[in-house]
Design a protein around this ligand. Sequence first.
Ligand code: AMP
Ligand code: MG
Length: 273
Amino acid sequence: MARRRESDRWRIKPRTKLDLSRIDTRSTAGAPGDKQQTKDASAVLRARLAQLQARLYAEGEQSLLLVLQAMDAGGKDGTVRSVFAGVNPQGVRVVSFKAPSQEELAHDFLWRIHAQAPHHGEIAVFNRSHYEDVLVVRVHSLVPEEIWRPRYQRIRAFEDLLTVANTKIVKVMLHISKEEQRERLQERVDDPVKRWKFNAGDLEERRYWDDYQAAFTEAIARTTTHACPWYVVPGDRNWYRDWAVLTILVDTLERMDPRFPAAAEGVVGTIVE
Ligand code: AMP
Ligand code: MG
């Protein structure tokens, strides 16, 4: 048995009966202390993440893919900003998936996703992902159930394909409450700095809250595997969420154990000129 890691707290094991409504979105369970102490711990984790990323890049043999999903205003952008603040931008690529273009729709649903998979040595972060094809697509019946339902299996096969190519996939749902979403959307209306993010469509989407929760539940339950686990992170408190995602990434990279390559034969001595 692998030793227990801090991040196991949020990991959804295969065959667990998942009930998102029973996960406390305001939880701070396991946090190293109060808000400030947790932020201090996150600073340490950020430095550790930067070291591990440097090794991953230098080694050039494996890659990491972080998939971020959440309800609207769930904190995906803020998580990316905070978690990767200390990492060399050369080694991390963030990809945001929007509603598919005509060209993307003229291909299979994984075509645009596969094209953005990280190369060896790289960390890729998907801000939304192929999971939208069983979330928004399901909630709004953008394709019939005969099309979206087999996608769980197709997603598992796709993620397995990346896994055997040395890509470690971790999937994180930032889980906020409906009340927290209301407050955040209201803030987007009230705060001139956040107003650009306000999208009247988000109010329409909010009416489908329960349908989205059901779609998330099934997507997570059907695609969490030992190799490509889902984590559900309580997201109402940003400082806890950031610490949790950092913990998950550091645990994952430590397990991947990237190594600086050994010096090539004969590369020793002093460069004199
Ligand atoms: P945002 O992340 O706020 O910029 O919004 C991106 C929008 O793209 C969201 O409304 C998503 O639901 C939508 N989106 C992303 N992927 C898909 C997809 N595969 N099919 C339909 N809509 C999508
Ligand atoms: Mg949005």
